[in-house]
Design a protein around this ligand. Structure first.
Ligand SMILES: [Mn+2]
Length: 333
């Protein structure tokens, strides 16, 4: 049975479908979730969107965000996880809920390069494309799924979001054709972009906090590595307003000579997360994340670990980046 036939079978057999996003919702995961919600509703399914964490403010221009709940519904007979294959990104879902998900059929639709660590899925649809939204669009064409206006908008947003406006290295001609098709079908890119830009606005307080973060950026390895460390007090205070890592990581990437930027958050329960971004010519982000049991893409990745004190972690990062940069340098010569 082909992937598409298996997918169709699983959906046909279900009436209440749960669409799950991991603990790090982004434009692609949320856009994909809402698009699937619209598609499956059009196929006469009852759909609940679930994410264990609250949807961050910068994603609220995707108007369907408010339908995402952070508790499992009483009834569902199929789950679809979008945009992750990593079990450690479902940590905020408690064991009881996870067992409920495991007891029903599960489909994963994802585009990350790392091998899936979720071992209880009936079907994993994984393709090396720029966004989960691209996979869902392709499935919709192949399987004649209905695309209403909201689904089209959401697919466009998910693709534009993960492809950084069609500029990322994994954007293909096919990706651009999909956007062209969506525009032909009525999607207005200017409207979408204006909505997105509104979310860039920040309060004076946040703008001042960004200034503080900029003064704390640490540069290592002849400025090729930039690190910012965000302690729990700041996570607690500012995260409800804006992700502190996102406030500064683009500025870190713009430092002269920078190759690798890492925003590290140190939580009160001892766990540490890292958001990694690398500049072009340095496709080492996922390799670096894997060093700390994380994963992601060549230029954007992340990890979450309980295994380090911050001082040891920093030393380990510097060592790992040194080795990875040397490999790239040696290959380039
Ligand atoms: Mn994605």
């Amino acid at each position: 049975m082909s992937e598409e036939e298996k997918l169709t079978d699983l959906i046909n057999q279900a009436s209440d479908i749960l669409v799950i996003q991991a603990d790090n919702p982004d434009g692609d995961s949320l856009g994909s979730a809402i698009a699937l919600e619209q598609i499956l509703t059009g196929l006469n399914k009852s759909v609940t969107m679930y994410c264990a964490v609250n949807i961050p403010n910068h994603l609220k221009y995707l108007t369907g965000w408010s339908r995402v709940v952070n508790e499992l519904p009483d009834k569902f007979d199929l789950s679809i996880i979008v945009d992750t294959s990593a079990i450690n990104l479902l940590e905020k879902t408690n064991q009881n809920d996870l067992n409920r998900i495991k007891s029903k059929p599960l489909i994963i639709i994802d585009h990350h390069q790392t091998e899936s660590t979720i071992d209880f899925a009936q079907l994993i649809i994984s393709r090396l494309v720029v966004a989960t939204g691209e996979i869902i669009y392709d499935l919709s064409q192949k399987l004649n799924w209905p695309l209403n206006r909201e689904a089209k908008d959401m697919l466009a947003i998910s693709i534009l979001s993960d492809s950084l406006g069609l500029m990322s290295s994994t954007t293909s001609a096919h990706t651009i054709r999909i956007i062209a098709n969506l525009v032909e079908a009525g999607v207005n890119l200017t409207d979408i972009d204006n909505l997105r830009k509104e979310t860039f606005r920040k309060s004076p307080e946040l703008t001042r906090y960004k200034g503080l973060l900029l003064t704390r950026i640490e540069n290592y390895l002849d400025d090729r590595l930039a690190i910012i460390i965000i302690p729990w007090v700041e996570i607690e205070k500012y995260s409800p307003l804006y992700n502190p890592s996102v406030l500064v990581i683009e500025d870190m990437r713009l430092i002269e000579n920078n190759a690798v930027s890492i925003a590290i958050k140190v939580y009160n329960d001892g766990h540490i997360t890292g958001k990694i971004r690398t500049n072009s010519n340095y496709p080492i982000a996922s390799k670096l994340a894997e060093h700390f049991s994380g994963g992601g893409h060549p230029y954007a990745s992340g990890f979450k670990t309980y295994d380090y004190h911050i001082d040891n972690l920093k030393k380990e990062i510097i060592d790992a980046v040194t080795i990875l940069l040397k490999k790239v340098d040696d290959e380039t010569i």
